[in-house]
Ligand binder design. Structure first.
Ligand SMILES: [Ca+2]
Ligand SMILES: [Ca+2]
Ligand SMILES: [Ca+2]
Ligand SMILES: [Ca+2]
Length: 311
């Protein structure tokens, strides 16, 4: 009996030892299996042997512009090509006394346009990010739209109540004359860059991003017209212009804009384009030498020796 018991004990001990040594090998393996690819989301820096478990995140939709053929798991980053931009443009701009400032944007189409992929990026004074590159990407509020043949007004939050009555949104940093604003379409670049490399297009400008003009830009031959004036787009202009200097022009004739005195808000809240068939531009002041009885809209607000134009 004792002999049998000893035999059994020996047998149990040897089993334990075998198990124990197997346990040592298992606890302290020479090889550590895991994902060894640093590009993977589950990269294991202590893994010695790749076990095929790597997971690559990215855009997995071939329709997207940033489709990643290596990605296995979609991380929601897909970006899709946009429809062509709708022809929206600046119809009016005011830089008046104190904070009486606004931008008016016109939708000449018969469709309601979502402003989701539009923005109004700007430069304050001289362009800190290099010539032709915005500093601030200003988005419209989410769900903002422009109704057909209607306008959208961005006003300074401390503008006169008569301006705020038309405001669709407010923006604190509107120009004090020398700050360029664009109307753009596309995605905001990860870092500020020009439209060529940034995946967005400039539809229109008031001022530009090419350098501090001093106090303001000249428009239609008026010096510093973007400061302490109101600019109204001529009804004959039917689209934006990414060339601000061409848009501003050098004379009342070649400019796309009518320049009005500081704090002229008469034209805020609506826009006409294309021109009414009956519109005749010219001088409406009967005291002027060049008064024209047929004129429906005056081209500017004085009656000096300017050259006027007829439609
Ligand atoms: Ca001012
Ligand atoms: Ca400024
Ligand atoms: Ca300046
Ligand atoms: Ca207007």
């Amino acid at each position: 009996m004792a002999r049998t018991a000893l035999k059994a004990l020996y047998f149990a001990l040897s089993c334990f030892c075998k198990k124990y040594s197997a346990l040592i090998i298992h606890v302290c393996p020479d090889n550590i299996f895991g994902c060894t690819d640093e590009a993977a989301s589950n990269f294991n820096p202590i893994a010695t042997d790749d076990d095929g478990s790597c997971i690559f995140l990215g855009c997995t939709d071939e329709e997207a512009t940033n489709y990643d053929p290596i990605a296995q798991t979609d991380d929601g980053s897909c970006v899709y090509p946009l429809e062509p931009a709708v022809n929206l443009f600046f119809s009016e701009y005011a830089e008046g006394s104190s904070n009486n400032k606004y931008l008016e944007i016109y939708n000449p189409t018969s469709d309601t346009v979502s402003l989701q992929y539009y923005g109004f990026p700007s430069v304050g004074n001289s362009p800190d990010n290099g010539e032709g590159v915005f500093e601030y990407w200003n988005d419209f509020p989410s769900n903002a739209v422009i109704l057909p043949n209607d306008i959208y007004v961005i006003a300074h939050p401390e503008a006169d109540a008569s301006i705020l009555a038309y405001a669709d949104t407010t923006h604190t940093y509107l120009s004090n004359g020398d700050d360029g604003y664009a109307l753009v379409y596309g995605y905001e670049p990860i870092t500020p860059t020009n439209p060529e490399s940034g995946g967005y297009v400039i539809l229109d400008f008031i001022g530009d991003w090419n350098g501090d003009p001093g106090s303001g830009w000249d428009v239609a031959g008026e010096s510093d017209a973007t400061k302490d004036h109101t600019l109204v787009r001529k009804c004959s202009v039917e689209e934006g212009n990414d060339d601000w200097l061409a848009s501003a022009g050098t004379s009342a004739e070649d400019s796309e804009w009518l320049v009005y005195d500081q704090d002229t808000w008469t034209y805020l809240g609506s826009h006409t384009s294309p021109c009414d068939a009956s519109t005749v531009f010219g001088c409406t002041d009967t005291n002027a030498d060049n008064y024209k009885a047929a004129v429906a809209a005056q081209g500017a607000n004085n009656f000096t020796t300017r050259v006027w134009w007829d439609k």
